[in-house]
Structures are given as C-alpha cells and as structure tokens.
Design a protein around this ligand. Structure first.
Ligand code: FAD
Length: 419
C-alpha cells in the first residue's frame, strides 16, 4: 500500500505516457488528487520516441483512396503503411472496420471531429507553452511538408485550400523559397506546404517536464507498477486497482490511458476497445549541418525533427502486432526516405535507433469517455498518429467528465461504447 493522504478520494491514472501525464496535470490543476501508475520506466514508449510534431489538421490514416492500394500495402515491405499478412481474427476484424472508415462519408466526419479536437488542443498547447518548465520543450517554429514530385505539389495545394477552409494557418512555398529559408533542403524538393503556426517538441524532454510539473502540483508518479485490474463494487463504484504483483491501491476514480495495452486491459473488464499497434521507428542522426526546419517528406512519409541533441528521422506504420521487433529494412527506409529531401543524410552517423507502438482504432478516432457499467472508470486512448497533438484536449475532456461538467466538445463520436 502506498502512504499518501486521502487515498480513497483520488484518481488513479493507468499509464504515464503523454495522455496519462497531461491528464494528471489537468486533474491536479482542478484541485483533484492524482496518482499515475506506469508499467515501464517512463523512458521508452510512443510518447518518448515519436516525431514530436504538434500537427493540427492531420488527416486520419483511413482515407477514400486507400482500399485501391490494399494489396500493395499487404505485400510491399517498403510501403509507409505495411501490413504483414498473418492469420489473426482481431486484425481481420480491425481491417474490415478500417475499410468502412475509408468511405467518403466516414472520412469527412472523422476529419471534422479531428479538426475540431485539434483546434481546441492547439489553444491548450499555447497555454502550456507559457508554463516555465514545459515551455522549454515546445517550439512554435512550424514545420513543412516537403514535396519532390509535381503531382504531390498539386495534392499539397489542394490540401492547402482544405486547411484554409478549416481555419488552419498554412502556405505553399516553392523549393527555392524553402532553400532560402533553410539551405539544408536538397534541389530535388520542388515545393512545400508550410504550417508556420504549429509547434515542435522533443518528446522525451516534454514527458519528463510534465512529470516534474505533476509532482510539483502534488501528484504522485510511480513507475514499474503494472496495473492488473480495477477493483469495483457494483453499488459504490470504483474502489481502487490491483497491481500485477497483488498490491491493492485505493482510489475512487480511474482513467485508463495505457496506450495500445488499453485494449487487452479493457477486454479483461468486459469492454471492447479494438485497436491495432501501428509500429513506428526512429533513428537519431549526428550531422554537421542539420536542417533547422522540421518536415514530413510527403512522398515517403518520413518525419524529420531537429530535437533531442540530433536529427530525428521517424515514421513508418507497421501493423505487426504488439512486439518490439526491429525489421531492419523498415528502419533503413527512414534514412532512404529522407535523403532525397535533405542534404547530408546518407553520410550522417546514427547515434540510436528505436521503435514504439501507436494505439490505432479502426475508425481513426480516439476513445475518450466513461466506461459503461463501471462507475468511476474512464478511458483516454486510441490517438494513433496524433497522441501528442490531441493530448491537452483529451485531458480537458476527462477533467470535465470527472467533475460532472459538460465537456468542451461533443464527445459522442469518441464514446468507448461505440465498438
Ligand atoms: C514513430 C512515431 C511517430 C509519431 N509522431 C507523432 C507526432 O509527430 N505527433 C503526434 O501527435 N503523435 C505522434 N505519434 C503518436 C504518439 O506518439 C502516440 O499517439 C502517443 O504517444 C500515445 O500516447 P499514450 O499515452 O496513449 O500511450 P503510450 O505512450 O504508449 O503510453 C502508455 C503507457 O502505459 C503504460 N502501461 C501499459 N500497460 C499498463 C498497465 N497495465 N499498467 C500501468 N501502465 C501501463 C506503458 O508503460 C506506457 O508508458 C507518433 C508515434 C510514433 C510511434
């Protein structure tokens, strides 16, 4: 048993990634007590190794053009989205749901929901950027989507019109203008869709600063504590959780924010949150003259962010289950995919390599809300490629639900009971 005060009156947050940590911070700033329990050491999750681009307006992975390319994705090791075929009924069910999500009408609805959430989240990120300890890990310098082909430039210009329609700040610049702003970009880049108001972060530094902030506000963060189950009394609601080594930890509310592992945890409590782990990789490079501007290479989908003392190349989506196996060929794709866009990538020395799992729902929307039939239990997961971007609004929604206030956004499409 841990020894903090008012143990029965606190919120237990299961999972201390970006979603859990921002949720703890939000609850503490509302005057609630928060205890974060995390199975790992806080240094090696999707929340520490991601590309670090806070990118409102990012479209969902499922889009109307995708089913036509399904076979190519199943068989091609070198495609940004790779699905190694395996006889897994959960994967098949997920893929059927994903296919439905590619329908034009669903895609439009999903874009509307994600855009609404990301506008609100961006406002909250701006507020966080004025907080002293967190601000040093947030950089409002924007990023670009660099294009090496005429057709991609044309697509980017169409996206520009949509971004403007939806209220996002963006501009299209040609390759020369991009090289004038940042000479590290190669002559092969023909143009770029620039997002000048977006933020960049170094993800591990941000998570660690958020933990410090949580502790400063009176919260407790425990690493190495894997939660096994919720302890629930049908009448009075949540009473606490039990850890995997049998420790009973008291609390009267709980938030499940355990990333991809939320799926199995929820299932053992009778709730379905079907997700697939979308593995991504990063490699850190040491370079003499790295780019100052973060980018996503539009044709290869590699994210490039000068952060954490080097240049991070991050990306690829691989639906190969919950594991941390490296497929060297996919890791190498990062360097190959970025070298056409940025000078000096091929010769740069790799200083570290990493992979991690994005928690992806088939419909491309996060899962945020109360657990039906479990008074006092809430879920905040399923953010896929946008967990950093949507973290603050997720925390704000959970905060309002816990205080019985109307959430700042219509959360019907995010309902945990929708599956
Ligand atoms: C290569 C890559 C690039 C990305 N780039 C971006 C980007 O540029 N911008 C963006 O917005 N998003 C990006 N993402 C997505 C983003 O990283 C994720 O959506 C986000 O980190 C998910 O956060 P989380 O807190 O839900 O999960 P996680 O970070 O996975 O954290 C979950 C935590 O729960 C803990 N846990 C699991 N089970 C238990 C249990 N039973 N008990 C206690 N603790 C438990 C784990 O130890 C872990 O610490 C990227 C992801 C990848 C992989």
């Amino acid at each position: 048993m841990d020894t903090s005060t008012n143990q029965s009156e606190r919120v237990i947050i299961i999972g201390g990634g970006i979603i859990g940590m921002l949720t703890a911070r939000e609850l503490l700033s509302r005057g609630l007590q928060a205890l974060v329990l995390d199975a790992g050491d806080g240094r090696d999750t999707a929340s520490t190794g991601n590309a670090g681009i806070i990118a409102p307006g990012h479209p969902p992975i499922a889009h109307p053009g995708l089913p036509a390319r399904a076979l190519q994705l199943l068989l091609n090791h070198d495609s940004p989205l790779y699905i190694p075929p395996r006889p897994d009924p959960a994967l098949l069910r997920w893929l059927l749901g994903f296919r439905r999500a590619c329908r034009t009408e669903h895609y439009r609805n999903a874009v509307e929901v994600l855009n609404g959430l990301s506008h609100l989240s961006m406002e909250l990120w701006k507020e966080l950027a004025s907080n002293d300890s967190v601000s040093q890990h947030l950089n409002s310098v924007g990023w670009v989507e660099a294009c090496c082909e005429e057709t991609t430039c044309e697509e980017a210009m169409k996206d520009l019109a949509l971004l403007h329609r939806d209220g996002f700040d963006a501009e299209f610049i040609d390759g020369d203008e991009l090289r004038r702003r940042d000479p590290a970009f190669s002559r092969q880049v023909l143009g770029a869709l620039a997002h000048p108001s977006d933020m960049l972060t170094d993800p591990a530094g941000l998570l660690s600063a958020l933990q410090t902030e949580v502790e400063k506000l009176g919260g407790i963060v425990r690493h190495g504590c894997r939660v096994d189950s919720l302890l629930h009394d049908g009448r009075s609601g949540l009473m606490g959780v039990m850890s995997c080594n049998g420790e009973i930890i008291e609390g009267n509310q709980a938030v499940l924010s355990a990333g991809i592992w939320s799926d199995r945890f929820a299932r053992s409590h009778g709730l379905r949150i079907p997700m697939q782990a979308a593995k991504g990789y990063h490699v850190m490079l040491a370079m003499d003259a790295p780019p100052r501007t973060a980018c996503v290479c539009r044709e290869t989908m590699v994210g490039v962010n000068p952060c954490a003392g080097g240049l991070r190349l991050a990306g690829t989506l691989e639906l190969s289950g919950i594991n941390s196996r490296f497929i060297r060929r996919r890791l190498n794709m990062l360097r190959i995919g970025a070298s056409r866009y940025i000078n000096g990538i091929r010769a740069a020395r790799a200083t570290s390599e990493w992979n991690g799992l994005r928690p992806c729902t088939a419909d491309g929307l996060p899962v945020i809300g109360a657990v039906p039939g479990f008074k006092g239990a809430y879920v905040a997961t399923g953010h896929g490629m946008m967990g950093v971007t949507l973290g603050p609004i997720t925390a704000r929604i959970i905060g309002s639900l816990l205080e019985n206030q109307p959430p700042p956004f219509d959360i019907t499409p995010l309902d945990p009971a929708r599956f």
